[in-house]
Design a binder for this molecule. Structure first.
Ligand code: C2E
Ligand code: MG
Ligand code: MG
Length: 398
């Protein structure tokens, strides 16, 4: 076994000899309970069998700029592996880690674009993970432009290690991220710290409100898995479900088609909160129309979605919520929710047409009554789902 310190020359030689390989760690959808993708994690496979983890060479590669050589050299390998994975299951997404430096110049972007243009890669299934630290350190406009262009190609951008940097929230508003990966340190510290738990819950809620998904990484225990499911997190990654593995092992893993606990109870809770927010916004809008008010129009608020398919609750209902199809409260909810929107539209129109305050108030009461019915159905569904939770999460003990 080699013990000497890794140098840039070693890395360059290793790369020239094709000694770097990708291992893949599965990601589980907390909506379906099934695998929905994998993350490529680099390793250096030295002749003789030693496998060097990225922590031992990526920092040097990043500080010397050699990382861009590694990223470009590894991309064709990633594409070849991705083609195999997607031939087995075209719904699976493959993510890989890049550095903000990889976007200082257009080469990496060009490589990705070429793979998409030649139909080797479906951009919808390709994800790029960038740590918020690397983003913060690069104020370069080239990086920003290239990343926006990448997102424009349809490639998903995930903010990795969320919660470890200084300006996470600000960077979320400035960069085109559509997935938040909550740092594994934060996830693990939840066991001993209420504050960490609250921070994780609030991060999931914030991501949901921004309309982006959350991946929790570093899940090692079933109690943490359960907690995240209830908190409304959308994807899970960790040793509990699967360690990083060779492509061959990943293919076996996919073929096994295991199902983890996946009743997305947390998302029912999110739907309740979303509905309450929708109702508040509507009432707010109606009162400022009919009763006057000092609503601050400078702040760009959530837009009022009047179509019952496209409000947040509707998006959940016709999307991830379909997992609950067949449960009585879920099936009854559709009609109740549509009625709610009909009342909402009528209310808005009445207010805009200058109806009397009494008339408007009466209609607001009808709205809140219907809202109560909708919330009750969601609560019933949550109770039912909680009672139907499998006592033992399959797959955890094998
Ligand atoms: P990351 O992207 O945040 O990847 C997650 C790391 O956590 C991986 O370590 C993974 O093996 C580990 N992990 C996943 N689940 C668990 C768990 O339940 N418990 C514990 N204790 N660890 C878990 P790994 O493979 O050593 O990678 C470390 C970091 O190196 C990555 O963190 C990423 O930032 C970087 N990296 C890996 N591959 C590449 C690459 O191809 N390019 C670049 N630029 N960076 C890479
Ligand atoms: Mg990562
Ligand atoms: Mg990470």
């Amino acid at each position: 076994m080699e013990t000497h310190k890794i140098t840039l020359t070693d890395m360059a030689m290793g790369l020239a000899r094709n000694e770097f390989v990708y291992y893949y760690q599965p990601k589980i959808s907390l909506v379906s309970g099934k695998i929905n993708g994998a993350e490529a994690l680099i390793r250096w496979a030295k002749p003789g069998g030693t496998l060097i983890p990225p922590g031992e060479f990526i920092p040097l590669a990043e500080s010397t700029g050699f990382i861009t050589e590694i990223s470009r050299a590894m991309f064709p390998r990633l594409v070849a592996d991705m083609v195999i994975v997607n031939d087995i299951n075209e719904a699976l997404a493959i993510s890989f880690n890049l550095s903000a430096q990889d976007f200082n110049s257009p080469e990496m972007l060009d490589l990705i674009r070429a793979a998409i243009d030649s139909h080797q890669v479906n951009p919808q299934r390709l994800q790029v993970e960038l740590t918020e630290a690397s983003i913060i350190n690069s104020q370069d406009t080239a990086v920003r432009e290239n990343l926006h262009e990448l997102a424009g190609l349809g490639v998903t951008l995930a903010m990795d290690d969320y919660g470890t940097g200084y300006a996470s929230i600000d960077s979320l508003s400035q960069w085109p991220f559509s997935i938040l990966k909550i740092d594994q340190g934060l996830i693990r510290r939840m066991s001993g710290s209420e504050k960490c738990t609250t921070i994780v819950q609030a991060s999931i809620r914030m991501a949901h409100q921004l309309g982006i998904g959350t991946v929790a990484e570093g899940i090692e225990t079933s109690s943490i898995y359960d907690f995240l499911l209830h908190a409304g997190c959308t994807e899970a990654q960790g040793f509990l479900m699967g360690q990083p593995m060779t492509l061959g092992d990943l293919l076996l893993f996919i073929k096994k088609d295991q199902r983890w606990s996946g009743l997305p109870i947390g998302l029912i809770h999110m739907a309740q909160l979303d509905h309450i927010q929708w109702r508040k916004n509507l009432i707010d809008q109606v009162t400022s129309t009919s009763f006057g008010g000092t609503r601050d129009v400078e702040i760009r608020d959530m837009t009022m979605e009047m179509d019952h398919h496209t409000c947040r609750l509707g998006k959940w209902y016709y999307g991830a919520g379909q997992e609950f199809g067949g449960h009585a409260p879920f099936d009854r909810l559709e009609e109740a929710h549509r009625t709610l929107h009909d009342i909402g539209k009528e209310l808005l129109l009445t207010a805009k047409n200058g109806a009397s305050r009494d008339e408007v108030t009466a209609m607001m009461r009808r709205l809140t009554k219907q809202s109560g019915i909708v919330l009750e159905m969601l609560q019933e569904l949550e109770n039912e789902a909680l009672m139907n939770q499998p006592a033992q999460i399959p797959g955890f003990n094998d």
